[in-house]
Structure formats: C-alpha cells, structure tokens
Design a protein around this ligand. Structure first.
Ligand code: PMT
Length: 223
C-alpha cells in the first residue's frame, strides 16, 4: 500500500512558535500551539517514518516513536534543523518562526523609564529559504500563514524558497490556522497543481499532506 512508502524514510518536522528574548523575563512570540506539526509527526510515525520533531515551546506531549528536539529561539531552531538536514529525506516546516528578534538581548531586566520606548529589531535567518538553497535529494515542504491572496503568496514561496510543496492556510478564516484542532488548507505543488481541502481535523490535514508527499516520493523514484 502507499503507506509503506514512508517506512524507514527520515522525516524532519518543525512545529510550534519561537521565542525571541528582550531580557531575562520578556520575549516576543506568536500564537502557534504546535498542534499542526505534532499531528504531522504522529501520522508520519504511524506510517513507519523515522521522525525527528524539532519543536519550539509548546504544552503538547511528543507523539509515540518520534524523536523530539526542543528549541527556544529561531536561531536554535535553525541549528537543530541543519544538524538533521543532510540525513533527511523529507523536511516539513510547520513551525511559526519569528522573522525578527530584538537587536539587543539585555542581560538584566530592562527597567521602566518615563515616556514611550522604541525598540530595534533585526531579521532572523529564513530557515526555509536556506534549506531551499542547500537542498540536494530532500523533499522540502513549507507552510504559508497568510491573511489574503493565498494562491499568489503560496506560488511565490514555492519559487523563492525552492520548495516542493507549500501548504497555505488563511489564518483569518474561522477553523483555520493557529490554536484550534482543525485547519483549512490548500496544498500547492511546483507543477502548478493544487489540492484545496475543506475544513478538516489537523490529523486529517496531516494525512492529506503525507499522501501528496508519498506521491512525490514515488514520482522521484521513477525518475
Ligand atoms: O501550531 P498550531 O497552533 O497548530 O498552528 C498551525 C500554524 C498556523 C502555525 C501552521 O499551520 C502554519 O501555518 N505554520 C507556518 C507559520 C508561518 O510562520 O508561516 P510564514 O508564512 O510566516 O512562513 C513561511 C514558511 O517559512 C514556514 O514554513 C516557516 O516555517 C518558514 N520560516 C519562516 C521564518 C523563518 N525565519 N524561517 C522559516 O523557516
């Protein structure tokens, strides 16, 4: 059956938010709970893949038969991802990685002062983009959290990140995106094909995505 295709394949999945620290007690983050990425990890492991789950801080338990690597910042996530990249067959980037971090991480608590405050931010590394540049045999899957023009931004990300698949979710839609147990996604491929899915549980979304990845694996094996 098709689900045998993933047996023994090395699948790396990123999940959850990152934290970008201002001082020892404050950080910037986002609403990701890790549910989407953990659901993919669970399904991939059930279908026989050797799964490494690189996770930002979330309150979920690691699924069975999954190797969990816990990270905090975007930079820690980047390092963990590149430690496992060469050996991976498939990489799925469902984490919500910060695009910016405070330019200065204060070693002591910032004290309040009179008046308003301006803080400078600097860019983090775009991990997906770097993966696309260093990609060899790997199948690379990115996510796109958008609030408008899904198809346009997804197709742009496929090209600019050299990804094989982009999973786009409109995070403004009820039942989609951050936090809940469901998602509404469209899966875009490099050949221009797309699969628009209705509202599904995050586990069902994981199954649909893994089926598309399996098709790609079969396609690649046939040259
Ligand atoms: O965790 P849940 O609560 O279940 O929510 C699921 C989700 C909404 C987080 C998930 O479905 C999702 O959309 N994840 C991607 C969120 C995101 O950061 O999207 P983006 O459009 O900003 O980034 C695009 C892609 O680049 C993503 O694959 C992201 O992992 C990657 N990226 C982004 C920034 C960065 N510095 N490095 C990256 O690799």
């Amino acid at each position: 059956s098709t689900s045998d295709i993933l047996k023994g394949k090395k699948v790396m999945i990123t999940a959850g938010p990152t934290r970008e620290h201002v001082d020892p007690i404050r950080f910037f983050t986002n609403h990701s709970t890790g549910k989407m990425g953990y659901a993919i990890a669970k399904k991939a492991a059930e279908w026989g893949a050797e799964v490494t789950l690189i996770s930002g801080p979330v309150s979920l338990e690691a699924p069975k038969n999954v190797k969990l690597v816990q990270v905090d910042t975007a930079e820690e996530m980047r390092q963990a991802v590149f430690e496992h990249f060469k050996a991976s067959d498939v990489v799925i980037k469902s984490a919500a990685v910060a695009d910016y971090r405070p330019a200065i991480k204060h070693l002591e608590k910032l004290k309040k002062q009179d008046g308003s405050m301006v803080m400078e931010f600097e860019r983090t590394t775009d991990i997906l983009k770097q993966l696309g540049e260093e990609k060899e045999h790997q199948i690379l899957v990115g996510f796109a959290a958008e609030t408008q023009d899904l198809e346009h931004y997804a197709m742009k990300k496929l090209q600019s990140k050299n990804a094989d698949i982009i999973v786009a979710n409109n995070v403004k839609q009820t039942g989609a995106g951050f936090g809940g147990d469901t998602n509404i996604v469209s899966i875009f491929h490099r050949d221009g094909s797309k699969k628009e899915l209705p509202i599904l549980s995050k586990e069902e979304v994981a199954e649909e995505l893994l089926k598309d990845i399996i098709d790609l694996v079969i396609h690649k094996a046939q040259g």
